[in-house]
Every structure is written in structure tokens, then in C-alpha cells.
Design a protein around this ligand. Structure first.
Ligand code: C2E
Ligand code: CA
Ligand code: CA
Length: 869
């Protein structure tokens, strides 16, 4: 996916700054324009003022010039010179003839007319009428000054003019010397008459003057009028000034331009404000939509990221198809899981990739529920690129778009391992993990099926096979060895049966074989023999040749019925019988076996109680040195003092105790009791205690003996342990270690029942035995019909043991002949009914006492052979 560009500062802020700039520029433009207009107006007004002042001055000057011209036209006139000159004033000429009369006022506008000489006014008119008023009251200009200034200009025939006051009101005063015109006239003298015309600046005249020069309301006002800032021209020497009303074109301009400018500015400001508001709002909206766009792109990005992470991290792969089921998308995991390139499958129908054995995928997709919350799963299989069959759980849901189903989308989770595990669990639930043989569950199922047809089905023979000597192997060589034996035995069992038969393992060292169709007993017997022959072959394991045997209990459907559990129960009882009778062989179930079993069970529970209540006694059977028949040792033999049945021999209950754990407490009791009793015997006497192989398996014999020796204080060198060869079956190294540990306690070891077990004479070299006891069967056979054959065996054993430095005892000596033969054969010690039966403690005490006396007598009377009791 493309990465969305990061956004700058909010748009609306930039817009606002821009708008403020524009607004400021607009405002500045308007202010500048306004200022320019005001400046222009001000300039206009200033120009106008200057101009009007100029015109006012001009109007005044031109009036004065016109007045001088008028004055000169009257003064430089021959006639005037004649009638008004130094000869005095001709009033008639002047007034009556109107040469210098009222017309000057009425037509030419001069308010006052004077003809002056050094004597004062010679002729005076005021407003056309002769006046006699003093000149000084009429004019502010002194006579002398007037005359002097006029006369100064006479030579140049010019007039003097001056702004002065007539009766206190400003007037233009013009004066010229009266002289004849033409160059011939005599120059003016000091006494020359001067014509003075006074043109008073009346309001009417001023208005008239103003009109000519566009000076509105031209007027006179006191010079001190400072309040009115009207344009004016000061009239020096008077207390008046010439004033007029300014035109003020600038102000007019302002009046016209400024309001419209302001109006335009206001309208523009309103428009701008509206535009600004609009632009701001628009850019805020843009910002908002940018922000929401960013949010949604961020969210989209995050969601895509999540999707990718999930899609890539999960072992599942994701697929999509179009509406027709053709693959349109496969996630990257697809390639990793299946080994295929995704491209190779795009466009292919999904059914070509996946298959389901219960429903075709196409129709399944078509019937998917509409509701997207409902995800449907289907178990599919496919072959990956390596051709290996794999399973996956396919989930799918329709893709809805534009109101219709546009395709399908889902995941495929690899469940190959799960399926395999499931199959394995299935297998395990019906098979034994170690041997792979069917287990109890499958056996039950098989029996149910096979027995369902009852008489109509084939005859079933159920063999319950229990291994002999297996436990010692397992206990001493370890479980690996035990397992190896079980696996091998399983295979041999299977090898002996046919395909339609079943071999199952029930657990431990118990197997079941079910044979189909064997009706005749001899057929079964033949099978059992073959089976035992096979099983008795040693099993090779880590260089050891391990040997087991088997006991077989047999039940038959034709005889014991068509119930599987019942058949097993019957076979079990038969097996029990085989075991009880000594291991090996096979037996068929018979009715009475049940009773025997029942009896045994009862015996077992009684024995348990007996061990608890210590209902046992020890009987003692002495062992004699063959020379002089001196008692050298006493063997402790246990009896059960049954409250009802009386004394019971060990052959009845010892095997039972060995098959249960009872042998352990019983063995301990015997040891303690024997040591306890023997403490009171003469010091030279040993006590012999029998140890069962089961004791070695089920308890720590070494520590038990150690503890008992310590507790009773019985010296170890007086304790002899009788151990049968069977103890050494299985783990030879372990047995050797145990025996050496026992030797280290200081006790003596006697190999009991020599010749009956599996052991060979070779053992004797390896193991730390002090003596051997030849089994009573050989002794019994010595003088029998075997024609000396067994005597040879006894002789051989004796010779061998002697050669090895071992003491040899013969047990079961019942006759004088036997004793004689053994004496002859140089056997060391003897034991048997002929010398003494096993007797109780009290009887032994008497025997020992008599024996002491006899021994003492013997010593006195010299060495001689004693007769047995
Ligand atoms: P065993 O160790 O071989 O003991 C000798 C058996 O032979 C004894 O039988 C004894 O009474 C019998 N016997 C002795 N002299 C003669 C004879 O001249 N002729 C005949 N026919 N038999 C003779 P018992 O006491 O019935 O013991 C049988 C077996 O029970 C013993 O065989 C021994 O293996 C076992 N047993 C006895 N007591 C104990 C015990 O305390 N612990 C263990 N683990 N086993 C014991
Ligand atoms: Ca014994
Ligand atoms: Ca024996």
C-alpha cells in the first residue's frame, strides 16, 4: 500500500494569514487613496486661495490704476489747468459746467473730489455736492504728504494712489498735479494744484469688483477678525482687510470623492469580509476533511498493517475467489505452506486445489449462509508441491458487493499435524503404545464383533499369556530391557498367529491371543507348544541373552460362552492355576478352578491378616558337620500358626506371599525372630535364614539385614543367608552388587537348592558364596533306581565346590546309606530327617543342650562318630 503523505499545518491558518494580508493591503490602498484625495483637495484649496488672493490684489490694483487714469485724464487737461490751476478755482467751470461736478460721483463713482494746494482744499465735493468739511476729518492722509507725493510724480505725468480712509472707510485715493497736456506746458511748481479723487470701496463696488474676478462676496471686514479663517488681503494703513468667500474646490472634491470612496470601501470591506468568511469556512472544512481523510487513511493503514501482520504471521493462508469459485487472491503464506507459487493458482478453480471427501467445494460455497457473522468451516485435503497429502480447515464467507455475491473469501488453516495427531490418538486409544499391538479396548471391540454371531460364528479360543521371569528382567536390567523383551515377545506372538487371529497386549507382561476356528483341543495344544517354543528363545538385548518363559490360560467360546469379559475371566483363572503350579505350560479352564481360585483368594486375605498379627513360628533344623556329626548351623524354617487349621507349611503360603508384597514383612519378621533366638545359642552356632528372590526385588534386603543386625545385636558372622539361584536371574551385575553388599555386612552366603535353577557352575566363580547346598532331589535320587547316575552328579558337584574352596551341604538326608555315601564322597555338611527334623524352639533348646553334653563327652572319650538321633 502507498504511504499517505504527512499533512502540513492546518490549511485554514494559512488562509487566514493570507486573507489578513489582503485585507490590510485593501485597507492601506483605501487609506492611501483617501490621503491622496485629501492631499489633492488641500492643494486645490491652497491653489485656489493663492489665486483668489492674486485676483483680489489684481482687482484692487486695476481699480487703483483705473482711478489714476481717471485722475490723470482730469488733471492733465489744458482746460482744467486753466480753470483750476494756480490762478484759483473756477467753480462755475467746475461745478456748473459739470467739468468736475457731480457726474464724477454719479457716473464715475468717486465719492469725494478735491482740488488742493498748499493752502488747503480749493474745491471739495462729497458725493457730487460741494462740501466745506475739513480735509483732515474726511481723509486720513495729511495734506502735505498728499501734495508732496503727487507733485513728485508730476514731471512723469503720473498719478499717485494710495489706499486710505474716507470718513474712516477704506477708499482708493488718487492724486495728480493739475497741468496742461502737451510738452509745452511749464513744469509743475511748488505751488501746483493737485486733483484728488477718492474712490470709496463701498460694498456694492466691491461686489462688482469681485464678480469680475470671480471673488464671491468680496467685502471689507475689520483686520482683527481672526475668528473667521476666510481668505483675505490686508489693507495696510487701515484697520480693514479685504475678504471674500473661498471657492474651496478641494473641499468640494472631498465632499464628492470621500463619501463615495468610503462607500466603495465599505461595500468592498463587506464583500471582502463575506469572501473571507467563506474562504475561512471553506478552508476549515478542507482542514476538517483532510483531518478525517488522514484519520481514515491512518486507520486504513493500521488496519492493513494489522491484516498483513495477521496474514503473514498466522500459519493460515487467505484466499478469495470470484463468484464462480476461481481463485483471485492468495496471501503470501500460501506459498510458504503449500510450496506452490501463488501466481500458478490465480484464475484456477478452487476445487482444483482443494478437495473434500464429504462434499464438493463449489456447491458448499454456494450454500454459505448470507449472514457474514456465520463463518462455515470445511475440512479439505490437497497435495502440496512435494506431493505430500495435507489437510486444512477452510473457512469461508460470501463477499457482498452491489447487492449481490461477488465471490468468496476465507482462510485455510493447516491441520495436517492435527489430523495426524488425531489419527495417532485414535490409534493409541486402540493400540498399545509400546508394542503397537491392539490394546484392551480394541480387544473388547474385536470380541464383541467376533462373538456376536455366537454358535453361527467360528469357534474362538482365548489364550491369556503371562510371561515368566519377566519381572526380574524389568527390575534389574531396567525398563529398556523389559520393553525390548515385550516388543520382541509381541512380535513372536504375532508371528505365531494367522491374519484372522488377534494378538493384544493387556498391560504389563500379559498378552491375549484369540485364535479363530480351532475346534479341537489337540490343535490348540499344538499351537501352545509352538508358541512356548518360540517365546523361550532368548531375547538379545545389549549383549544380554534374556530368557523368559510363558504361562498360558485358555478359555474357549464353545465351552465357556459368548461373552468376551467372561472368556477373559476364565482364561485368567486357568492362568492362575498354571502359575500356582509353578511357572510354564498351559491349562484349559475347568469348572473346579474357580473354587481353587476362591480358596486361594481367601488364603491370601488370611495370610495378610496373619502377617499383621504375626501368626508365625519358626522351626529349626540343625545342619551337621559330616565328621563327628557336630551341629554347626541351624536353619530357620517358617510355619504359619493358623488359628483354625493349625500349623501350615511354607510351601503353601510362601509362593502366595511371594506373589504379593507380603513376602517383605514376613521375611523381615523371620530374620528378626531368627537372630533374636540365635542370640541365646552357643556362640559357635550359625543360624541360616532362607531369602526368597521376591524379597530382593521388592525390598532393599541389604539395608533390612543391616538394620536387624544392629537392632538385635546379633553378630553378622553367625548369620547365614540361603539364597536360590533364581535370585540371580536377569540383571547379573545388579545381583552381584547386592551379594557383595551383603558380604560386606559380614554375613555368610549359602547357595540353596543348587542344581535346580538356571545357573551353571560358572556362577560360583563369580559370586561371593561361602557354601552351596545340593538340592534334596539329588540326594533322594542317590540311592534310587537311577543306578548311581545321580550319585555321580552329586560327586561332581562336591568335587567342583571343594576345588573352589566352597563348603558343600547335602540336604534331605533321610537314610543311613545316603549319609554314608556323602561321607564317602567327602561332603562337608549334612541336613535331613535322618539327623533331625525341623523342631520348635523349645525342642531345639533341649537338643542343643544334649548336644553340648554329648560333644563334651566326645571330647573326653576321643574322636568318634556320633549316631544320629
Ligand atoms: P528348603 O530351604 O530347601 O528347606 C528344606 C526343606 O526340606 C524343609 O521343608 C525341610 O523340612 C525339608 N526337609 C528337611 N530334611 C528333609 C528330608 O530328609 N527329607 C525331606 N523330604 N524333606 C526334608 P519346609 O520346612 O517345608 O520348607 C520348604 C521350603 O520353604 C524351604 O525349602 C524354603 O525354600 C521355604 N522356606 C521355609 N522357611 C522359609 C523362610 O523363612 N523364608 C523363605 N523365603 N522360605 C522359606
Ligand atoms: Ca533352605
Ligand atoms: Ca533346599
Amino acid at each position: 500500500m502507498q504511504t499517505i503523505a504527512r499533512f502540513p499545518a492546518p490549511h485554514w491558518q494559512r488562509t487566514r494569514r493570507f486573507l489578513i494580508l489582503i485585507g490590510t493591503l485593501f485597507g492601506a490602498a483605501f487609506v492611501i487613496a483617501g490621503l491622496a484625495v485629501v492631499g489633492i483637495a488641500h492643494g486645490l484649496d491652497r491653489d485656489e486661495l493663492g489665486q483668489s488672493r492674486f485676483y483680489a490684489q489684481k482687482a484692487l490694483d486695476i481699480r487703483a490704476a483705473s482711478d489714476r487714469t481717471s485722475t490723470l485724464s482730469y488733471a492733465i487737461w489744458d482746460s482744467a489747468y486753466e480753470h483750476l490751476g494756480s490762478a484759483g478755482v473756477d467753480r462755475d467751470w467746475a461745478l456748473e459746467q459739470h467739468n468736475l461736478g457731480d457726474t464724477l460721483f454719479t457716473q464715475e463713482g468717486f465719492e469725494a473730489v478735491f482740488v488742493l494746494n498748499d493752502q488747503g482744499p480749493q474745491y471739495a465735493l462729497y458725493k457730487g455736492q460741494p462740501t466745506t468739511g475739513a480735509l483732515s476729518t474726511m481723509l486720513d492722509l495729511p495734506l502735505a504728504s498728499l501734495l508732496q507725493q503727487a507733485r513728485a510724480l508730476a514731471a512723469r505725468k503720473e498719478a499717485f494712489s494710495h489706499v486710505g480712509l474716507l470718513y474712516g472707510w477704506p477708499a482708493l485715493i488718487s492724486a495728480a498735479v493739475i497741468q496742461p497736456d502737451g510738452d509745452s506746458a511749464p513744469p509743475a511748481s511748488a505751488n501746483s494744484a493737485v486733483l484728488v479723487l477718492v474712490d470709496q470701496l463701498t460694498p456694492a463696488k466691491l461686489l462688482q469688483m469681485g464678480l469680475s474676478y470671480k471673488l464671491a462676496d468680496l467685502r471689507l471686514e475689520p483686520a482683527g477678525n481672526k475668528a473667521a479663517a476666510t481668505p483675505h488681503l490686508t489693507l495696510p494703513g487701515t484697520e480693514f482687510r479685504l475678504a471674500w468667500t473661498a471657492q474651496a474646490p478641494g473641499a468640494r472634491l472631498l465632499w464628492i470623492v470621500l463619501p463615495s470612496l468610503l462607500l466603495v470601501a465599505a461595500v468592498l470591506a463587506l464583500l471582502l469580509g463575506y469572501c473571507f468568511r467563506f474562504a475561512l469556512r471553506a478552508s476549515r472544512q478542507i482542514d476538517a476533511s483532510f483531518a478525517s481523510l488522514r484519520q481514515s487513511t491512518d486507520a486504513l493503514e493500521a488496519s492493513e498493517e494489522r491484516f498483513r501482520a495477521v496474514a503473514e504471521a498466522a500459519s493460515d493462508w487467505i484466499w478469495e475467489t470470484d463468484a464462480r469459485g476461481r481463485i483471485t487472491y492468495l496471501s503470501n503464506r500460501f506459498a510458504a505452506v503449500t510450496g506452490f507459487a501463488s501466481e500458478a493458482w490465480l484464475g484456477q478453480p478452487i476445487e482444483q486445489l482443494l478437495s473434500c471427501d464429504t462434499t464438493p467445494i463449489g456447491p458448499w460455497l454456494a450454500t454459505l449462509p448470507e449472514d457474514p457473522a456465520n463463518v462455515s468451516n470445511l475440512r479439505c485435503a490437497y497435495r502440496d508441491q512435494g506431493g505430500q497429502l495435507r489437510y486444512c480447515r477452510v473457512s469461508a464467507r460470501p463477499i457482498h458487493q452491489h447487492g449481490g455475491v461477488q465471490g468468496f473469501r476465507g482462510t485455510a488453516s493447516d491441520i495436517t499435524d492435527e489430523v495426524a495427531a488425531h489419527a495417532r490418538i485414535q490409534h493409541l486409544s486402540l493400540h498399545d503404545a509400546l508394542t503397537g499391538l491392539p490394546n484392551r479396548n480394541l480387544l473388547a471391540r474385536y470380541l464383541e464383533d467376533a462373538l456376536a454371531a455366537r454358535e453361527d460364528g467360528p469357534a474362538l479360543t482365548l489364550l491369556l499369556v503371562d510371561l515368566d521371569h519377566f519381572k526380574p528382567i524389568n527390575d534389574s536390567l531396567g525398563h529398556a530391557a523389559g520393553d525390548a523383551v515385550l516388543v520382541e515377545i509381541g512380535q513372536r506372538l504375532k508371528g505365531c498367529t494367522r491374519d484372522l487371529d488377534l494378538v493384544a497386549r493387556l498391560g504389563g507382561d500379559e498378552f491375549v491371543a484369540i485364535l479363530c476356528g480351532l475346534e479341537q483341543r489337540y490343535e490348540v495344544d499344538r499351537f501352545c507348544q509352538r508358541l512356548l517354543d518360540s517365546l523361550q528363545q532368548p531375547v538379545e538385548h545389549n549383549g544380554h541373552a534374556l530368557q523368559v518363559g510363558a504361562s498360558i490360560g485358555i478359555a474357549q467360546s464353545r465351552l465357556q460362552g459368548y461373552d468376551g469379559a467372561e472368556l477373559i475371566r476364565c482364561a485368567d483363572i486357568a492362568l492362575y492355576q498354571v502359575k500356582a503350579a509353578g511357572q510354564g505350560g498351559w491349562r484349559y479352564y475347568a469348572e473346579q478352578m474357580s473354587e481353587q481360585i476362591q480358596h486361594r483368594r481367601q488364603l491370601e486375605s488370611e495370610l495378610r491378616l496373619a502377617v499383621k498379627n504375626q501368626e508365625f513360628v519358626l522351626h529349626y533344623q540343625p545342619r551337621y558337620q559330616i565328621d563327628h556329626l557336630r551341629i554347626v548351623s541351624v536353619e530357620a524354617l517358617v510355619r504359619w500358626d493358623h488359628p483354625v487349621d493349625g500349623l501350615i507349611g511354607p510351601d503353601v503360603f510362601i509362593p502366595l506371599a511371594e506373589q504379593t508384597d507380603l513376602i517383605v514383612p514376613l521375611g523381615r519378621w523371620v530374620l528378626r525372630e531368627a537372630c533374636e533366638t540365635a542370640r541365646h545359642w552357643p556362640e559357635a552356632l550359625l543360624v541360616s535364614v532362607n531369602l526368597s528372590p521376591a524379597q530382593f526385588v521388592r525390598s532393599d534386603v541389604v539395608s533390612d539385614i543391616h538394620d536387624i543386625l544392629v537392632e538385635t545385636g546379633f553378630p553378622a558372622h553367625r548369620l547365614e543367608l540361603e539364597i536360590t539361584e533364581n535370585m540371580m536371574l536377569g540383571d547379573i551385575d545388579n545381583a552381584l552388587g547386592t551379594l557383595q553388599s551383603l558380604k560386606e555386612l559380614g554375613v555368610r552366603l549359602n547357595m540353596d537348592d543348587f542344581g535346580t535353577g538356571y545357573s551353571s557352575l560358572g556362577y560360583l566363580r563369580t559370586y561371593p558364596f561361602d557354601s552351596i547346598k545340593i538340592d534334596k532331589r539329588f540326594i533322594a535320587a542317590m540311592d534310587g533306581s537311577a543306578a548311581g547316575g545321580d550319585r555321580a552328579v552329586v560327586q561332581a558337584i562336591i568335587n567342583l565346590a571343594r576345588a573352589m574352596g566352597l563348603k558343600v551341604t547335602a540336604e534331605g538326608v533321610e537314610t543311613e546309606q545316603q549319609l554314608a555315601a556323602l561321607t564317602n564322597d567327602q561332603c562337608h555338611e549334612v541336613q535331613g530327617f535322618y539327623l533331625s527334623r525341623p523342631i520348635d524352639k523349645a525342642a531345639l533348646s533341649i537338643l542343643l543342650a544334649q548336644h553340648e553334653v554329648a560333644a563334651a563327652n566326645d571330647t573326653l572319650s576321643g574322636q568318634r562318630k556320633r549316631q544320629p538321633f
